[in-house]
Design a binder for this molecule. Structure first.
Ligand SMILES: C=C(O[C@@H]1C=C(C(=O)O)C=C[C@H]1O)C(=O)O
Length: 255
């Protein structure tokens, strides 16, 4: 009998924006070599850092903490301008906010909020740690960063909405990478090629995927979100945006 090698342990973000990539992996024979799991971004990061996963879609802010890593894909969770699902919300304009909750699901956008408040909005606030239910405590002069599917509908609930993808683009002229596919292992080139081909397949079949997905809200246009807000291609521009952002993260680690 031929011994089958142990599957690669893969963890990916549990939000809607990852479904096209997962759809591609699940349509591909490569899925037979993967033990797949889903988690919120901060948990994906923890699993990769602590060696519980071999391949993960991780918030890029965690990369400086990894002793060895390789970005194994030409696809990512990125944006070139407004992303729609990473925003600071509040009852008052940003310049009147005294406190800002930082979403505990996030690693990247937490740092992006700090960077933009410091460099772009140039407004000092006290940051608050979030926990489940914190969105109900965003009120008065207390704003909050919220990421992912929980943002859907919040634009109706809060008068002020600041899209961090749009603010980053305005500040730097660059696109942004929220999460990338990373491994901490040495993986065969053929596996990486198959992995990328599978992700591309998913992105090439968005209409089919949308037959499977429930609409998150009547006012939320999934096609628009997948094609005009999330930008999945990890190209040179996104790499430049990521380098610029990671310089800030690395400097913050030293302080
Ligand atoms: C654009 C998004 O990016 C997410 C934001 C992340 C972060 O802030 O750490 C991590 C993964 C991404 O899925 C989103 O999910 O809304």
């Amino acid at each position: 009998m031929v011994a089958r090698s142990a599957p690669h342990r893969l963890v990916a973000v549990s939000y809607l924006n990852t479904k096209p990539l997962l759809y591609g992996l699940l349509r591909s024979p490569i899925s037979d070599t993967l033990a797949m799991d889903l988690a919120i971004p901060s948990e994906c990061a923890r699993q990769l850092v602590e060696g519980e996963a071999d391949i993960a879609l991780v918030p890029v802010a965690v990369l400086p903490e990894l002793p060895y890593y390789e970005i194994i894909s030409d696809y990512c969770i990125g944006a070139d301008g407004a992303v729609a699902t990473v925003c600071v919300y509040g009852d008052v304009p940003l310049e009147e906010m005294t406190h800002v909750y930082l979403d505990h699901h996030s690693r990247t956008s937490v740092m992006l909020t700090r960077l933009l408040l410091e460099e772009y909005w140039q407004h000092e606030v006290t940051f608050l740690d979030a926990e489940d239910g914190y969105i109900d405590h965003i009120n008065g002069s207390i704003g909050g960063l919220v990421i992912g599917d929980r943002t859907i509908g919040l634009d109706k609930r809060f008068q002020y909405v600041y899209d961090l993808g749009a603010a980053w683009k305005d500040h730097t002229g660059l696109p942004f990478v929220f999460a990338a596919w990373v491994t901490t292992k040495k993986l065969p080139k053929s596996f990486i090629a198959d992995f990328n081909a599978a992700l591309k397949e998913g992105l090439d079949h968005l209409p089919q995927l949308q037959l499977l997905l429930p609409s998150p809200s009547p006012d939320f246009d999934l096609t628009d979100y997948f094609t005009h807000h999330i930008d999945y291609i990890l190209d040179q521009g996104k790499r430049r945006g990521m380098d610029r952002f990671l310089d800030y993260v690395a400097a913050a680690l030293v302080v």
